[in-house]
Ligand binder design. Structure first.
Ligand code: SAH
Length: 223
């Protein structure tokens, strides 16, 4: 996990031996289950460390500082647990919901949770646009995450209903983020959001331009 350890350090994260072991187990389980179901196209040991694990951890740069330990976080369309599970490994106190539309992925996530010995993870199967109408999930989360699920206008529509007022949705984006933001402007406004900041990630390991789009929830989302 040398690549991950070095990259995480640049994010201000000193991984302890337990966390390094958890990332190692995560890698092994991902590769093992990937032989039987389609979880990831990235399987190379070093690439997984950078493109999955380190990339997931970058969202921490957009968290309100100092980071509150008991943050309530939802990861929409989490797939194999990204970015939620790497975050949970480095911030074990967070309360995390992993949401995905497919049962098969949920099965992997239950297995992974047990293998990693992680508490306070709830795995929910369903479509974001339906789950967001259930009162126990609507406007309940300090931080909403969603990686590689849709373009920003759609993402905002899926994510902002989950966000508590004063909470934030953090989108991970590549180059060309400005045009995505202008396309999403109306959706952001309609759903009760406000663009707070776009933050460039300076981490040469990632090998390409990466941005975090931080959208604050300032008003309730209309039902
Ligand atoms: N976030 C992961 C997976 C991205 S693939 C990663 O970065 O690797 C997109 C995932 O989103 C798939 O697992 C798919 O099942 C899920 N998904 C797509 N639309 C969804 C929706 N409307 N609600 C819930 N999950 C959705």
């Amino acid at each position: 996990m040398e690549k991950l350890i070095a990259g995480a350090k640049k994010l201000g994260l000193q991984l302890n031996p337990r966390q390094i072991e958890q990332f190692s187990i995560y890698y092994q389980e991902l590769i093992d289950w990937n032989q039987r179901m389609n979880l990831t196209a990235i399987i190379d040991y070093e690439e997984v460390q950078i493109k999955h694990f380190l990339d997931s951890l970058t969202v921490i740069l957009a968290f309100p500082q100092p980071i509150k330990e008991d943050l309530h976080i939802i990861d929409i369309g989490t797939g194999a647990g990204l970015p939620g599970v790497p975050l949970k490994i480095v911030l074990p106190q967070i309360r995390l919901i992993l949401l995905d539309a497919t049962i098969k992925k949920a099965k992997f996530l239950h297995h992974l949770k047990q293998k990693l010995g992680l508490d306070d993870i709830e795995i929910v199967v369903g479509r974001a646009e339906e789950i967001a109408h259930q009162t126990q999930y609507r406007e309940r989360f300090d931080i909403v995450l969603s990686r590689a699920v849709a373009g920003l206008p759609t993402l905002v529509e899926l994510a902002l209903p989950f966000c508590t007022i004063g909470g934030r949705f953090i989108a991970q984006k590549k180059a060309g983020v400005d045009s995505e933001i202008s396309e999403a402007a109306k959706a952001i406004d309609t759903l009760g959001g406000r663009l707070r900041e776009t933050k460039r990630i300076n981490l040469e390991e990632l090998g390409e331009e990466r941005w975090l789009v931080i959208i604050e929830k300032i008003l309730p989302t209309p039902s």
